[in-house]
Design a protein around this ligand. Structure first.
Ligand SMILES: [Zn+2]
Length: 427
């Protein structure tokens, strides 16, 4: 543990500290952020326990305030001279948005990311290979966290499988960090080259960047392919690069950014606050507690998570989360929420008959779909399309996800592999 006194602090003590930070942050927003001065006009003076009485913040509201004169949006709250770094978010929906940081903001990002990644068990003196082209993106700050942990960081970038496999062979890293999709595709690439990742030096695979790394069957297939322990981490560009990180217990991600960020859960349809209790599920909402450049209050992450609050044997306290999927990818089939990553998780249970690659192919645009939902399931190499397999997959999905599907088995290699995030949904 990087900072045991912080990471094992009883959650009620953390909450009391965070309450003070939150009140100061709210005062700062009212004074310095034009966006929140307007949004909070008439809102009550509250502490952290009553945060749900304040309005939620949607990404689109922030974007709407961006002008050529105000490239950060009207929630920018610092003096331009205080800004030491400007990242961009990857802009999945159109133009990228800028994320400015002060020295203190950047320092807190690195501290929180270091705690999140260190939870996986990597320690000083080990080597880690990263595969993100951090470039303009906030992931760059997470990579700085590797040095903070004391790791030797070997960046190889995205899109160069040869370079990555060679780095693993020659430099013998203890760990690699990549997206779960790329981790899966590398298992296949290594097999094609007659490389056995099992006998490689890699003992830990840290996955982040998209949901799925924490799903038991998918994780098991990655661990089997790599002969390594797989843990996941998660962040969101506007709030911080690596906010959550899983420990070796593999039962949900701990909040590495405790003290800097406050988590909440809401119903993604109504925005109604939900109790952050064991087994609860909903959209993750995050609030900066001591951010200066462009702080956010009750920011909707669009990440749909499940919460764990049972004590973790590692000793870290506070709620843990597992990301089920992005609410943007969610479909509703006859009233039932369906995440493509959850479909992949069920299908992964049919290995070794299937490759683990799936593509959900809704018939109509929009969120609401009529059953049966068409799904392509890729077969394992040299496997034949057995109608009984398709039927078994359909029945398992029906039993687990309560949704009717139409499963089409497609030959090995017909679904796209990704060196970054994969598309599980064909809109
Ligand atoms: Zn733990």
């Amino acid at each position: 543990m990087l900072e045991p006194e912080v990471e094992t602090r009883p959650w009620d003590e953390q909450f009391a500290l965070d309450d003070g930070a939150f009140r100061a942050q709210l005062a700062y927003l009212r004074e310095r952020s034009p966006f929140y001065r307007e949004k909070l006009a008439g809102a009550p003076q509250v502490g952290l326990a009553e945060i749900a009485r304040l309005p939620l913040t949607d990404k689109s509201e922030l974007k709407a305030t961006v002008t050529p004169e105000r490239p950060f949006g009207s929630h920018f709250a610092a003096e331009p001279s205080e800004i030491v770094r400007i990242y961009s978010t990857s802009g999945t929906t159109g133009t990228p948005s800028y994320v400015p940081l002060t020295t203190g903001d950047l320092e807190n990002w690195v501290t929180g990311s270091a705690r999140s990644y260190a939870a996986s068990g990597v320690t000083a003196g080990q080597r880690i290979v990263s595969t993100y082209n951090a470039g303009p993106f906030v992931a760059g700050a997470a990579l700085t966290a590797f040095e903070r942990i004391g790791l030797c960081h070997i960046p190889v970038g995205t899109g160069n499988t040869e370079r990555l496999l060679r780095a693993i062979e020659v430099l013998r890293p203890h760990a690699v960090v990549l997206t779960p999709s790329y981790a899966a595709s590398l298992v296949e690439s290594a097999r094609e080259r007659d490389l056995d990742l099992h006998t490689s030096s890699v003992e830990r695979v840290l996955v982040a960047g998209e949901p799925g790394g924490g799903e038991p069957a998918f994780r098991a297939s990655l661990e089997e392919g790599w002969g390594a322990r797989v843990t996941e981490a998660m962040g969101i560009g506007d709030i911080g690069p690596s906010l959550w990180g899983e420990c070796e217990e593999q039962d949900g991600m701990h909040l590495g950014t405790r003290g800097f960020v406050h988590p909440e859960l809401v119903d993604s349809e109504t925005g109604q606050a939900l109790a952050l209790e064991d087994g609860a599920a909903g959209e993750l909402v995050l609030t900066h507690l001591q951010h200066r450049a462009a702080p956010l209050l009750r920011f909707r992450t669009r990440d749909h998570v499940e919460v764990r609050t049972s004590p973790c044997p590692c000793g870290r306290t506070g709620p843990r989360v597992r990301c089920v999927g992005r609410t943007d990818d969610m479909l509703i089939v006859r009233g039932v929420n369906v995440f493509p990553s959850a479909v992949r998780e069920v299908v992964s249970g049919f290995a070794p008959d299937v490759s683990g690659h799936v593509l959900v192919r809704p018939r109509s645009p929009g969120v609401k779909q009529d059953p049966p939902l068409p799904i392509w399931v890729e077969l394992a190499r040299e496997a034949d399309a057995d109608p009984l397999l398709a039927q078994a997959i359909r029945e398992r999905i029906r039993a687990v996800l309560v949704v009717q599907t139409e499963v089409e088995l497609v030959p090995w290699g017909s679904l796209q592999r990704s060196e970054y995030k994969s598309t599980l949904l064909d809109r």
